[in-house]
Design a protein around this ligand. Structure first.
Ligand SMILES: *[C@@H]1O[C@H](CO)[C@@H](O)[C@H](O)[C@H]1NC(C)=O
Ligand SMILES: *[C@@H]1O[C@H](CO)[C@@H](O)[C@H](O)[C@H]1NC(C)=O
Length: 531
């Protein structure tokens, strides 16, 4: 008898525990699988199409005159690979009267493989678009005389968190019963408070209805509407539908994590402490005499700044000394691989890129470049390089991308800049600069240097960074270039000759092919024009 009672008791305890466990693990929203493809659901798309206002047939007959000067600014459907024609065919013509030349990128591939390349590129591009677009990028049109009031932009919720939806209201003609519906797809709707005289249906679900015979009570209730993200899928957006009799509106709520900052402790306030703020990074290959001259010149002005050296020479020599980090890489890994390695080791807020044959002088005032980055929103600022002849270059380039169709986009590079920076009369905003620049370390690491670009490369970094790097250039911070101009009566050293063979291959070489191939496939360009 006693053992039977014990068994029954045990059975009851076990079932209660089971129910509790089940209730606890029961998901509020049952998402068994999550479609993490970035694309608007078909329902949303269909709905958007339906909502587009019917073209008014009466307006089709109203005459108009096209204003060429403005209409011409609208993007054509596809860019065309064209340079400037005509001009003189004189020696040095390109130097004196720079003309725009155009280079098709598909020439990097044999005719036989081009079709296959094009297909593969199209497939990768489609994937890229799906990953980078969210419903927050969709066009939403607000209809005329809509009685619904709602937020049009700026709403954001962290994954799986709740927000109040601000600004909701209805201004409608008198009627017996007012109804509003909400529909969401990545989360649920609810009310943070209940207002008298308003019936709430579907609270805590993806579809919620509020009804009331009193408009003012309904509007009071609308001030308490909340949205909770329930599907964990950050960096996307939920399109919420808000409707009342005869009228619909849509707005998006971005679902995303806050941006985690990466802050650097720059020490006590006062003068800029360059050693605490800047690391000098360079890449060397065979030219140890040049590198030593660079180090010596840096030490004259900045005795404790860290210098990071990436080295892919065949028989690396030891480069040592205080505040020097020398990283040896496999032989001939290349130019961008070396830049990547050097930059990856930087722990200061800023990194200064220099070539191994530069020489610091009294004009190489890093404080000025730091000041520009500290006081503006720029991420990277270039200086100027003075040749032995006295000629000083900043190599400023503007970069723009014109959309194209299946053939790819067109990349346009032009010498020049966009505008002067207020408060810094020697500095301008541009898109690409010379091999001598100071940059926010985390931004440069984000963009990265494509290690496939082994030999001839520089502006490719700025092309990859377009849209995320904000670039400037100042011509009053100058570094000297150890002579590069070949004088026939001065014999080159052995290492200089080997260096030249690797660094300046002929235009028809594999290196140029690799470069054009990357522009064609990776960046999806059909054409490069430049002057
Ligand atoms: C609100 O949704 C209900 C069903 O969910 C529907 O019957 C009603 O017509 C909708 N009302 C409005 C104003 O769209
Ligand atoms: C500058 O920074 C370096 C490295 O952080 C530090 O050792 C040095 O004491 C600082 N100098 C001054 C003047 O604060």
């Amino acid at each position: 008898m006693r053992s039977l009672r014990k068994t029954v008791l045990l059975a009851i305890v076990v079932s209660v525990l089971l129910v509790v466990a089940l209730l606890h693990s029961w998901p509020t929203r049952a998402y068994t699988t999550v479609d993490v493809w970035q694309r608007p659901g078909p329902a949303v798309e269909r709905h958007l199409e339906e909502r587009f206002p019917e073209p008014d047939h009466r307006s089709a007959n109203i005459p108009y005159r096209v204003k060429e000067s403005v209409a011409g600014l609208l993007a054509r459907n596809g860019c065309v690979c064209e340079g400037e024609t005509g001009g003189m065919n004189l020696p040095f013509a390109q130097l004196l009267f720079p003309r725009v030349s155009a280079h098709p990128m598909h020439t990097a591939f044999e005719a036989s493989e081009l079709d296959e390349m094009k297909k593969r590129r199209a497939k990768e591009y489609q994937g890229f678009q799906m990953r980078t677009q969210t419903p927050a990028d969709m066009l939403i049109v607000a209809e005329a005389n809509n009685p619904l009031q709602y937020p049009t932009q700026g709403m954001e919720v962290r994954p799986l968190k709740t927000i109040l939806i601000p600004g909701l209201a209805v201004q409608d003609h008198p009627r017996e019963l007012y109804t509003v519906n909400f529909t969401s797809t990545l989360g649920t709707l609810n009310v943070a408070a209940e207002v008298e005289g308003v019936k709430v249906k579907g609270d805590g679900e993806m579809r919620m209805t509020l009804t009331s015979s009193l408009l003012s009570n309904l509007n009071r209730q609308l001030q308490f509407v909340t949205y909770t993200n329930t599907l964990f899928h950050p960096s996307t957006a939920d399109t919420v539908q808000f409707e009342t009799e005869g009228h619909q509106a849509m707005f998006t709520i971005k679902v995303r994590h806050g941006v985690t900052p990466k802050l650097y402790n720059t020490g006590p306030k006062g003068e800029y402490n360059i050693s605490a703020l800047v690391t000098i990074a360079t890449k060397t290959f065979l030219r140890y005499d040049k590198l030593q001259a660079l180090i010596d010149s840096v030490r004259k002005y900045y005795s404790t700044v860290t210098i990071v050296i990436a080295d892919d020479s065949e028989n690396p020599k030891t480069v040592s000394g205080p505040y020097i980090e020398h990283y040896i890489m496999p032989f001939g890994k290349g130019w961008f691989a070396g830049r990547n390695l050097a930059v990856s080791q930087v722990t200061t807020k800023y990194v200064l890129w220099v070539d191994d044959d530069f020489i610091f002088t009294a004009n190489t005032k890093l404080e000025k470049l730091v000041d520009v980055l500290e006081r503006t929103t720029l991420d990277l600022v270039g200086g100027a390089v003075r040749e032995a002849t006295g000629y000083t270059a900043t190599y400023r380039q503007t970069i723009s991308i014109e959309p194209g169709e299946e053939e790819g986009d067109c990349l346009h590079m032009r010498r020049g800049f966009h505008h002067i920076i207020q408060g810094f009369p020697n500095c301008v905003v541009t898109d690409g600069v010379i091999n001598f620049f100071l940059a926010r370390t985390d931004k440069v690491q984000q963009v990265g240097f494509d290690p496939r670009l082994a030999r001839v490369a520089h502006l490719e970094f700025f092309i990859d960074g377009l849209g995320s790097l904000h670039v400037g250039s100042c011509d009053d911070v100058i570094v000297n270039h150890a002579t590069k101009i070949k004088l026939p009566w001065v014999s080159q050293s052995e290492s200089d000759k080997t260096y030249a063979k690797f660094r300046y291959p002929p235009a028809s070489s594999d290196a140029t092919h690799t470069k054009n191939g990357l522009l064609y496939f990776k960046n999806r360009f059909q054409c490069l024009t430049h002057n």
